[in-house]
Ligand binder design. Structure first.
Ligand code: MSP
Length: 522
């Protein structure tokens, strides 16, 4: 759509060897918040997620499960698709690397890299971790139990010797360093950027980009005995979904590339900030705008792992706490970029404190007063006093703050800013005491309740990307038209006095724990 600025946001594509858990949900929700925010802010957004289906890890899991890799991929890809639906993810596309379009794009990219002279045939002998789908130098390994070696990630490694095509990564050191230098926000947060810069400064080895000891992958063009390294395959998904290799004017590629934000976990930073831009530069394509690496969740203080039984299934959380509550918690609990711990206690605290007591209470008491004191019709403001102007001013300046925070993927800070206005709103209610004005000054009452309703409208429009359902229910209760909920409407479509409002229904119930209720009953 010409005229609007393009914005492209992507999740990693998830391996189909496993079921989705809260870590996957986290990245996907963060991308969804970005996508929804940018749409409301007038951008032409494309939001991609999907599944990574090739490689030895998937092949091995399929063997262990006694099914073909394709069957495993079909089954688990469906799980990720279902999860996206359950989380109300607003993705525009869902890519699977086993699709034809992916084969076509990856092979085209390979041909370009080959034509550039950056691919040569050799043989690989070295360490490989199937769990990480990554090659490691001997100098990176540490000793594991029983004389074994472990990758820096703790994953087991095995010795591999096989014919392999190589990508001349070593030749890209200067170009990569120049990219990091010229575009300081290409890798975020900045601590992660420093890690990558020092890794690349330490020198780059050429990268093995094909395997011959198994066949679950995309064939190397012209040499059927090789399948491509799963990361070369996987990373290409981001341009496959834009129709690559079709790049001419008017194509989705021309429209959305390189306006891409790749949000990934810190575990896959190197693939996205070293290999990916090098592949693209080799093929004469531009690197994406930004790679943001977020931190790692532990659960109740422990690493999430199947063997420890600490995996949190997203559907269990939704059932126990609700979707918007879960989305809010994940975006608010830890600064995006840091590691953090998931605990039920922290979740309940935020639900009862910030959602029920702060946001829910503000909305509920204001709507109830309008219902009771104004016959359910939005009141008319008279003269605005200093306190009214202050609150309205804070609400009106929120958009600029939230926009700046989200442009840096600082979700927690954006929410903090919104909650500071919610706090102002609650204090204003206490100070203005509409319940007294009702008896003493109904003109002033109208102004106070109008000021509050306008404040809530601003807040609810801005919480939409984080909590789409709850925000919609609040806006419904304020009788805000579905067509007046984007950020333009913040200044252009204020509430109009006299509009009839439906009877209020609380949006954020308190969470009462099952055990507590039992205790209370005993
Ligand atoms: N298939 C690759 C990605 C290819 S992208 C071109 C892959 N898949 S994965 O299924 O292992 O997903 C990894 C991603 O899941 C992480 O980068 C992160 O986004 C998310 N997370 C998985 N576990 C997580 C936590 N414990 N905490 C936070 N995020 C986590 O790697």
């Amino acid at each position: 759509m010409p005229g609007r600025t393009p914005f492209y946001v992507t999740t990693p594509i998830y391996y189909v060897n496993d079921k989705p858990h809260i870590g996957h949900a986290y990245t996907t929700i963060a991308c969804d918040v970005m996508a929804r925010f940018k749409r409301l802010d007038g951008y032409d957004v494309k939001f991609l997620t999907g599944t990574d289906e090739h490689g030895q890890k998937v092949q091995k899991s399929a063997d262990a499960a006694g099914v073909s890799p394709q069957e495993l991929a079909d089954r688990n890809s469906r799980n990720f698709k279902d999860l996206a639906q359950l989380l109300k993810i607003s993705n525009d596309d869902f890519i699977r690397t086993t699709e034809k379009r992916q084969h076509r794009a990856v092979q085209a990219l390979w041909e370009r890299m080959l034509a550039a002279g950056d691919i040569y045939l050799g043989s690989y002998s070295g360490w490989y971790s199937v769990r990480d789908e990554a090659y490691y130098g001997a100098d990176e390994l540490r000793d594991g139990p029983n004389g074994t070696k472990l990758a820096p990630t703790g994953a087991p490694v095995e010795w591999v010797e096989e014919p392999s095509y190589f990508f001349r990564l070593s030749a890209f050191q200067d170009r990569l360093l120049k990219l990091y230098e010229e575009r300081p926000d290409f890798i975020m947060p900045s601590g992660k950027r420093s890690e990558v810069v020092s890794f690349v400064k330490g020198g780059l080895r050429d990268l093995s980009i094909s395997r011959t000891t198994f066949d679950w992958g995309i064939r190397v063009p012209g040499d059927e005995s090789h399948v491509m390294y799963v990361w070369l395959d996987a990373l290409t998904n981001y341009i496959t979904a834009l129709g690559y290799p079709v790049t001419e004017e008017g194509s989705p590629y021309a429209r959305y590339w390189p306006h891409a934000l790749h949000i990934v976990g810190k575990d896959i930073l190197r693939f996205h900030t070293v290999y990916w831009p090098a592949f693209l530069l080799s093929a004469g394509l531009e690197p994406p705008r930004r790679v943001f690496a977020h931190g790692w969740w532990t659960v109740e203080g422990e690493k999430m792992s199947k063997s420890l039984g600490k995996v949190v299934a997203p559907e269990d959380l939704l059932e126990a706490y609700g979707l918007d509550q879960t989305r809010y918690f994940l975006m608010r609990e830890i600064p995006f970029g840091n590691d953090g711990d998931f605990s039920r206690k922290a979740m309940i605290q935020r639900i009862n404190g910030e959602l029920a007591n702060d946001y829910g209470n503000l909305v509920q008491r204001v709507l109830s007063m309008i219902q009771k004191y104004c016959d359910g019709a939005l009141p008319k403001p008279a003269e605005f006093l200093e306190a009214d102007r202050k609150l309205l001013g804070a609400a009106q300046s929120l958009l600029a703050t939230v926009r700046a925070e989200l442009d840096a993927q600082a979700f927690h800070k954006a929410l903090d800013a919104i909650w500071s206005v919610i706090g102002d709103g609650n204090r204003y209610v206490d100070e203005q005491a509409p319940w007294s004005l009702r008896k003493t000054d109904t003109v002033r009452l109208g102004t106070v309740l109008h000021t509050l309703a306008e404040t809530i409208r601003h807040v609810a429009i801005l919480t939409q990307p984080f909590m789409p359902d709850a925000s919609a229910r609040i806006l419904d209760q304020l009788a805000v038209s579905p067509f007046a909920r984007d950020f333009k409407a913040l200044s252009e479509a204020p509430l109009s006095a006299g509009t009839a409002l439906p009877p209020p229904v609380p949006v954020f119930p308190r969470h009462v724990e099952a055990e507590k209720t039992e205790e209370g009953a005993a």
